[in-house]
Design a protein around this ligand. Structure first.
Ligand code: SF4
Length: 366
């Protein structure tokens, strides 16, 4: 089995790293309406300019001050002297046959992250998968991003701009956001929370249409429960016992099931929200009926749905194999017997390697 373990103690998992600026000018994307109001006041402009600026940034999603045509030229010039609209540059863009589009963004410090735009035909709606970190410290054994190690947190503006850029570039109305891209969102918690507030209040993405996916950062699950937000929490469980989970997810050593499960029950009890449990199926590792029975028993009293993800090796397989269709369906059947709603994830963008971290790894390594 290929499980390279990286001690999470290498990084501070209790607090978000302080914001670091990599741009010569301050970036406007990521500022709230209140912050823009304070800004225009310091520039001796009337208050309504803040609303106009806010519209250009988050509704019309323009990339330059010149496009903000209802702002007077002298104000645009003053803005351009001190600020820039955003900081991301598209390095690569790939489209899949199924309509999935993958964007590889170059950050101001030269690092890269990716975002994925997906179309769900059955719902007739678009969703975006956003990144929150460059690399990831969690190092799940099957994940390309984990192999990079942790490089840095994304700033609030870098998180928000992924959404704003793709919305403008695609011309699509993207109403669903999942934080399932590169990085562990809950290890960039403060920036994640600020970015969600901007996406919800300024870009008007409904809170019920936002999903945070975590590998199980227990203290932050309690913090999120205290906020009682209407978003969806998805938890990557991937195994029903500590031994199996630890072999594929080193984070289980820090927060084993004895601490994770009470946190999940607390989250449901506090918010009343149903959790999504993510479970990647790895052939011969966690895909047997005995695992399905153990998972059913573990989740029996937890208000949750389960999403099964048959592993799909692209490039490196890290020693893992995809289970057969029969094995996947048998697993689902056993688990459904425990009264859970169980879905099997439909893959998106397989032909462009839209799985987490695949493209960014190629470019980051180059
Ligand atoms: S699966 Fe998610 S949490 Fe695990 S290493 Fe990859 S990016 Fe990090």
């Amino acid at each position: 089995m290929n499980a390279v373990l990286s001690p999470l103690s290498d990084i501070d998992t209790e607090t978000s790293a302080p914001a670091v600026s990599f741009t010569p000018k301050e970036v406007l994307l990521g500022m709230s309406l209140e912050a823009l109001r304070a800004l225009v006041k310091t520039m001796d402009e009337p208050a309504f300019r803040a609303e106009q600026l806010h519209q250009w940034l988050y509704v019309k999603c323009v990339r330059s001050f010149d496009e903000m045509t209802n702002l007077k030229k002298s104000f645009r010039d003053k803005l351009a002297e001190r600020f820039q609209v955003g900081s991301l540059v598209v390095d690569q863009k790939e489209s899949s046959q199924d309509g999935t589009v993958k964007y590889l963004f170059r950050l101001p410090d030269g690092k890269v992250v990716e975002s994925v735009l997906m179309y769900f035909e059955e719902r007739g709606s678009y969703a975006m998968c956003l990144s929150t970190q460059v690399g990831c410290a969690v190092n799940c054994g099957f994940c390309a991003t984990g192999k990079l190690g942790f490089m840095r947190n994304l700033s609030v503006s870098e998180i928000v701009e992924q959404y704003v850029y793709v919305q403008a570039d695609s011309g699509k109305e993207v109403r669903n956001i999942v934080f399932m891209g590169q990085g562990e969102p809950m290890l960039n918690y403060d920036n994640l929370m600020d970015a969600i507030e901007i996406l919800n209040r300024s870009a008007e993405v409904g809170m019920r249409h936002i999903t945070i996916s975590t590998s199980g950062v227990v203290p932050r699950i309690y913090d999120l429960a205290a906020k009682n937000m209407q978003l969806t929490l998805a938890v990557s469980l991937h195994a029903p016992d500590n031994e199996t989970r630890e072999a594929i997810m080193p984070i289980n050593r820090k927060w084993p099931l004895e601490s994770l499960m009470p946190a999940l029950h607390h989250y449901v009890d506090t918010t009343g929200k149903r959790l999504t449990i993510e479970y990647i199926l790895l052939a011969g590792v966690n895909d047997q009926p005995s695992h399905a029975h153990a998972l059913g028993a573990l989740l029996q009293t937890l208000k949750c749905n389960v999403n099964l993800i048959p592993y799909n090796p692209i490039g490196d397989d890290y020693g893992y194999k995809r289970p057969s269709g029969n094995v996947t369906h048998r697993f689902r059947e056993v688990l459904s017997g425990y009264g859970k709603k169980v879905t099997i994830r439909v893959e998106r963008g397989v032909d462009i390697a839209a799985a987490c971290g695949q493209l960014a790894n190629k470019v980051q390594d180059a």
